[in-house]
Design a protein around this ligand. Sequence first.
Ligand SMILES: NC(=O)C1=CN([C@@H]2O[C@H](COP(=O)(O)OP(=O)(O)OC[C@H]3O[C@@H](n4cnc5c(N)ncnc54)[C@H](OP(=O)(O)O)[C@@H]3O)[C@@H](O)[C@H]2O)C=CC1
Length: 207
Amino acid sequence: MMKLTRHKRSAQALLRWHDAHQFCSRSGQPTKKNMAGSKRVCPSSKIIYYPQMAPVVITLVSDGTRCLLARQSSFPRGMYSALAGFCDIGESLEEAVRREVAEEVGLEVDKLQYSASQHWPFPNSSLMIGCHATVKPGQTEIHVNLRELEAAAWFSCEEVATALRRKGPYSQQENGTFPFWVPPKLAIAHQLIKEWVEKQTCSSLPV
Ligand SMILES: NC(=O)C1=CN([C@@H]2O[C@H](COP(=O)(O)OP(=O)(O)OC[C@H]3O[C@@H](n4cnc5c(N)ncnc54)[C@H](OP(=O)(O)O)[C@@H]3O)[C@@H](O)[C@H]2O)C=CC1
């Protein structure tokens, strides 16, 4: 993803939303964009459609000394990330984090802290809400939900710091495996992972 200003990101997301919301879901009639381009209206049903983002929680789980990273089979080889999932309707942020962590790796969140958020355009507009979570000491056994993830594991601070420093291309090694790496800087997952390493080592990593 190119580095875009906030206004360009908003404009791009808005154009995509207009393109995907051409018809009214009640009347089936074409909707009309208002002058400012901030909404669409159905002349027949009078329903007003506003652009929407789907809230997604993304959580970096730690047991105090290690952090939990996971991968889906669709990820590039060797890449591990924080746990992410769409919020269910009616859920609070806290409930979504606890449910996602329990569903994906079978762990119970003890403490939870909000970190930062990010607009994410893939595949449609999502509002990524980044959190750090800890599990209770002694309750760290991972049960990977193989319907959602390919693998999940605990990583030491040193392993994660090395992965953050690693530069691509992440090609196959002589032993047939791929190096362990984490999402690039533009992703909030990277920011959460970096924050965790900085907290563990009490030092700042290069931006
Ligand atoms: N910026 C970052 O650092 C990161 C961003 N992400 C983003 O977070 C989002 C969620 O991640 P992940 O759960 O791994 O994503 P997936 O794309 O794997 O989605 C998981 C499932 O959620 C359901 N789903 C899809 N869209 C929506 C929606 N709008 N509302 C509710 N449910 C939906 C689908 O289920 P069904 O098949 O049942 O329809 C889908 O199979 C993705 O958009 C991903 O790109 C993820 C990790 C890092």
